[in-house]
Design a protein around this ligand. Sequence first.
Ligand code: SF4
Length: 322
Amino acid sequence: MSEVLLEIQDLKKHFKVRGGLLRKGGTVRAVDGVSFSIAAGETFALVGESGCGKTTIAKMVLMLEAPTDGAIRFAGRDIREGTAADHKAYRRQAQAVFQDPYASLNPRLRVRTIIAEPLLAHGVGDSEAIKGRVKELLDIVGLPATAADLFPHEFSGGQRQRVAIARALALNPRFMVLDEPISALDVSIRAQILNLLADIQEEFALTYLIIAHDLALVEHFSTRVGVMYLGSMVETGPTAEVFARPSHPYTQALLASVPRPDPDHRPPLDMIRGEIASALAPPPGCKFHPRCPKAFAPCPVEIPAAHATGQDHHATCHLLRT
Ligand code: SF4
């Protein structure tokens, strides 16, 4: 197994919310004790319904939000420890590509300035070197050198995402968060952007944390997967193994809801009953129990532990107790 590059240990993010006329106050447990690790060079996918906490984890990994508790270690070092210079060095190594390239690119700046921004912010190179680096980055992402003179609105969605990828690559990062990187793009160009992300991963030895709700994309693109439900990790493992033999009833229900080309496959869409509960008042015991078709006596009262169900494959469910 390759070295662990990113290690998340018992990570928590709790928000206090004030009560009002129509709302009770309390603590939202957006991320509630999540642990996983990502080996150098792999692609780890976080999946789960909206509000499960995956985007909050990404923000904490990118130092856009501070954890309430727990640790995020990058190459063995807690990213929050050290000096401001250490934090800056980490930010240089950990970049991100977001869902909507139009929203993430300043519409008033030319592409040359957009791509050069991180180089200028980190004081990398003189103006000639930066000019050369911008040209090189445009070439890496498959755009002509003339693209440097244009504004974001002069590109298609796919081309804008290429610009965002060029900017994310500018500082030679080791790690990238890909937050729904293709979901805002036309279906016809999604494969091209995925191929580009796969090519640069290989060329620059990048490690990815991808957040996606498209399970077909996760199956195709990631090497390991973590399934989240209401702020907790319910299953982790190699993607091929989890998709072939999902162990947690929530993962089983999620995968069963994916449309398959097989005309005889009838996804049991009613398998996940009801709505996801509020992170302000999560159900006791197993948080999934009000919706779980397999719930039994201990589920509403005891929090399930993680059990190994295969090589590097774990799930938190009372059914897996031996
Ligand atoms: Fe379902 Fe119980 Fe397992 Fe939770 S612990 S997933 S409620 S069977």
